[in-house]
Structure formats: C-alpha cells, structure tokens
Write a protein that binds this ligand. Sequence first.
Ligand SMILES: *Cc1c(COP(=O)(O)O)cnc(C)c1O
Length: 708
Amino acid sequence: MSPASAASRGCFITGTDTDAGKTTVTAALLRALLEYGLESDPANSFEARAIKPVQTGCEPGEDANPAAPDVKRYSEALRGLSLPDAAQPRASALRCFRPACSPHLAAQAAGEHLDARELALACRAEVCKANFTLIEGAGGAHVPLNDEEDMLDLMAALDFPVLLVVSNKLGCINHALLTLDALAARGLRGAGMILCRTVPDRAGEEILRADNAAVLARKGAERGFPVLAELPFLPDLDAPSSEERERAWARLSALLRDAARHMICSCSGEIAKQSLAADELLAFDRDHIWHPYAPAAPGPKVWEAVSAAGARIRLRDGREVVDGMSSWWCAALGYRRPELIRALTEQAARMPHVMFGGLTHQPAVTLAEKLLALAPAGLNNVFFADSGSISVEAAIKMALQYWQAAGKPGKTRLAALRGAYHGDTCGAMSVCDPVTGMHHLFSGILPRQLFLERPSCRFDQAFEPASFAQTEQTLRREAATLAALIVEPVVQGAGGMWFYHPEYLRRLRAVCDEAGILLIADEIATGFGRTGKLFASEWAEISPDIMCLGKALTGGTMTLSAVLTSHRVADAISRPKAEGLPGAFMHGPTFMGSPLACAVARAAVDALLASAWQEHVARLERRLAEGLAPCRNIPGVRDVRALGAIGVVETEHPVNTEKMQDFFVRQGVWIRPFNRTVYVMPPFITPDADADLLTRSICLAFAQGMHL
Ligand SMILES: *Cc1c(COP(=O)(O)O)cnc(C)c1O
C-alpha cells in the first residue's frame, strides 16, 4: 500500500502510568512516520500529525497562548527533517491547562469541564488533516476527565486502535496486563505495545528487562497487542547540544521505523483486520443470512455496523448515524454503557450460565427483587424467559393454568385489541392484529382469539365514554370462555404506533375484574420509562394480573424477558396437585434466568433509575413533537403525534421502507419506517442536536415526497 493513498488513520497512545515515556514515543513515532512517508513516497504527499487532546502543565507562551510542553517535544523531534512544508504545524494541543496535574483537577481549577464525547469530536476533526494522526492521552487508562469519565471513555468515544507505551522496569508486566484488560473490557482494539526506558540502566537489571520483554511479547500477541519495538534509554534526547539531541531523535526514529510501517498498514478507524472485506461480507449476508421479515436470498439491503456508542451507530465506511430506533426499543440508555459492559464481563468471567432447575443465583434474585419493587402494586412472582415473545407465551400459559386450577377449564380463549403486536411465536401471533398480523398465513395452527376494537380515543383528547361501550359489552358477553385480555398499555407499538387514552385502560381493568378475566399487560416496549412513566400501566394507575417485560430490560445488551404475576395467579397455579393438575407452572427454558442476562439487566435498571430519565423523556417528547409538527401539512400524512420519547408520522399509505431508509442513512440518521408509520424512539440520552437531526431528516423526507 502506498502511504500516499492512505485515508485518515491514527491511533491513541496511552501508557501504563504517568511518565511511562508516552510523549517521547509519540514524538519519535511522529518523526518515524514522516521519514517513512518521505522515503516511500517521493511526491511527499504523506502527512502525519501528533495531537494532545488535553495538555496540563502549560506555561504561558510567547503569544500569550499557553505553551504545551508535549507539543514542544513533538516539534523538537522533527528538527533537522527536511519536510516539504516545514512551516506546517504537525503538532497541537486541543485543551490546555496551567496546573501540572490530572485533567479533571486542572479543568476544575480553570472552571472548565472536559467531556469525552466533545474531546473525541475535536480529535476527529483534527484526524482529517493528515494521513496518520497520533493522539496522545494524559497519564494512564483510568486517569479521570471529570467526575464520571476517564481516558477510557475518550478512547471508546474515539474508537481508534490503542498503542500502549510500557516503561520496562520492575512491575511493568502487572501494569501492562492490567491496562490491556481494561482496554479489552471497553472493546478497544490494539495497535500494539512499545517498551521503553525512562531511567538509566542499572547493573543487574538486564535479566529482568529481557524477561519483561519476553513475557509481554507473548501475552501481548495473544491479546492483539504485539510488541512493536523496544527502545533504549537515550539521555541525549535532553542533551544541551542541539546536534546531539537531533542525533538522538534520529536514532529513536530509526528504531521505530518498523513500528511506524506496521501502524500505517494496520491502524484504521474501522474494524478491518481479520474480518472479511466489506463487500464480501455484504455478499455473504445477502446470499445466506435471514433478516427480519425478509426473503433469504437475495436478502434486503443492509449496512454493516461496526460499533455503537451513546446515541450513535458507526457503519463500516466510518460514517456515524444518529440512532432513532434504540434498536427496536432496547437501547434506551444508549450504547456501550461502561456499567453494563462491566456487569457483563464480570458475570461472564465468574459464571455465564448455570441451569435454573435446582439452582439459583444472586443475579436472578437481585433482579427479581428490583423488578417487584418497581412494578405496579400487587405483582409478586417473577418468571424469567428468553425473549419478549416467549414471555407472552408464558403469560398465556399462566392464564390458562390459572383457570384450570380455579376449576374453570372452559376459559381458554384470549381477548386482544385490534392494532396490537405481541410477538412472533404462535401464541403471541394469535393475539396480534388479525389483519396486519400474520393470521392468514398461519390460520391452520393459530388458536382463534377474540378481537376488540382498537381504542379510538386518542391519548391527547378528552375521553369519550361511548368509545368503550362496544368493548365492554363484548367482554361481558364472552367472559365465560375468556381466560385473559392481553393489551399493550397506552401505546400500541409495532401494530401502528397508536397512543390511546389511559381511561380506556382503566375501564378495561374494571370490566376484567367484574367479569372474571385476567388482565395481561404487555409492557415489553413501553416498560422502563419510554412513555414518560416507568411502566405505561401507571398512566391509568392500574395493576395487571400478569405483566410482560423485555426489550429495554437489559438496556439493549442482550435478550431477556420477565413475566410478573400477582399472588392470586401464582398461588392458584402452585396449589398442591389436584386431579390431573401439575401444581406447578409448566414452562422452563434452557437459558431461564441466565445469570449473564440478569446481571446486565440489574445494571441497566440501576443505571436507568440513577439517570435523569424523566427529564430526558420529557425533553425528547417536546423536541420530537415540535420537530415533527411541520409534517402535519404535507399531503399523504394522516397524523403526527408524540408521547414520551416516541415520535410518529402516520401516512395515508404504506411507505417504501428500503427507499426511505436509504435516504435517512444518507442524512446521517438511522430510522426504519414500517408500513404506514415513520417513527423514532431514540435513546433517552440523545442530545438535543441529534434529536433535531432526526426530526429534520424526517421533515426533509416528507418535503421531498419520499413517502409517496
Ligand atoms: C417486541 C415486542 C414483543 C416481542 O418481543 P421479542 O423480544 O421480539 O420476542 C412483544 N410485545 C411487544 C409489545 C413488543 O414490542
């Protein structure tokens, strides 16, 4: 590969500790990269730069701007190089502070705030200016940026490969491997390790240093951090004579030549190594892998996602798209949350899974305790299942077993609302909307359920009692055969993104009580704050007999669902065996109560409760409502509505999902329209500017008639 053709690349440089030799290595690497470019590309179009996102210990400089000591050293290392455009700055510091201390303290003293995401954006803007950019962190991996974030958060937000500088001395194996563990725990890729010497050799230490090098070479290679170079101690770097200094830098640079070449070839901003080329991957996918509701081959157009952080997803080509979908309601807290990753890796390291038959464990017990404490009053028992659909299956079976135990085995049917969506397995499908659901395809296997009118009374209008009359009558008439009524409280999701009046739900609860029908609340989409209440049932101040949770339960990290039931239901099912009855609930998935999933869910629930989710959801509701309002007057648009962190534009006719999605990706947003709705339910942490980009893109799509 000719370096001249290289796109913008770079790596983040961190050390095992403060004073591990990072700045010297960065400076010498900068020289090595430029020399390599000069040699291999006589046209001299290859540029390398070094940047210091946060520089502390600055002195006032000549022009009254603070002079950054590390930037001085980078420039010093380039002395004597005959670069084509010598005046061009090849080193800079982005945020400078006077005190020589940790970034968080220095910023605090200056009355300023450092933010990992903002720093990463500033770094990215710099990276475009050269073919290869070295980004030198401050101190080691866990050095704080502010009260919450540290250097690892900056590295994760940047998502560049990381080069670890190790000072080769007593204790360095421990420090280096702990740092590699911390980097791996955040999903950071390795550029490599460079071993250096920051103090003069002492007699008798050769064996120790050689052993350090051998151990780190082996363990580093295993972890994707090969040792790229071992540097000697060079006191001449600080010699009084500038010729001696120049010679020392040239020598160091020569020792880093191979490392520089390796980094140019292997460090890209995207995950490329070991994986298929982008087009091969997409071709294999198109020919062999099913996607949701899609033909097998050729499959639909898809994009390759390589990482995600905060409210954004990164695509293979380096583009970031603002996520409007929370990955189908799940990633409500945003992606790559350190506390969720920590919960996952800690549990994975201890006990990813054991069977739940005959065994229990802390993650399941703690999560169950939390869920019952948060859920509407009266729910008392928890059944853990694998996915939303399976939790609906379990809920249906519970309702049937309840009535068998209660001596009314004739109550076997379910009532559901038109416009509902409850999942894709057979029991769940049977209670989905009979028209937009898949009933005509599977009529041979689906039980016939009872469908009630879709609640016509809007969330944002006065309740119209007449709208409930028909439903009430039907429920009372059919009660003898009805085991349960299943509803999505207040917000009907995938079946049309419809928001109905809480009074309707309150009356459903009352009629179910009077007529002897269990009420199942499917809170899989609405649970955990999405509608502005922790659970949407709270809008009507009701408690269901059975409640299904899923989706955001694990903060979008993995699949898990839970079915919560009242004492009455659980007790009846569990009553000692009567004629032909098991006295037990007859369901037990292999991965029931998965410790891994429960540990992550516990962390996700804690993170949600510790966050200002109510303010975020209220803020997003205002933003989405205002941002989408201009769509109201566009021909072909039937309705515009927002509730909680959900914004919807409903059209007269189904839209072309693929065409619109393609348009949205080009606008830098991830929105997947469905049927007659173009909707967003972004992560709660989505900043205002990103929420506005979502709504602006939707408005633009409609203004251009993409929906027609
Ligand atoms: C997504 C969803 C389901 C199904 O959950 P899966 O995890 O996809 O099986 C059920 N009910 C509602 C309301 C949903 O939004």
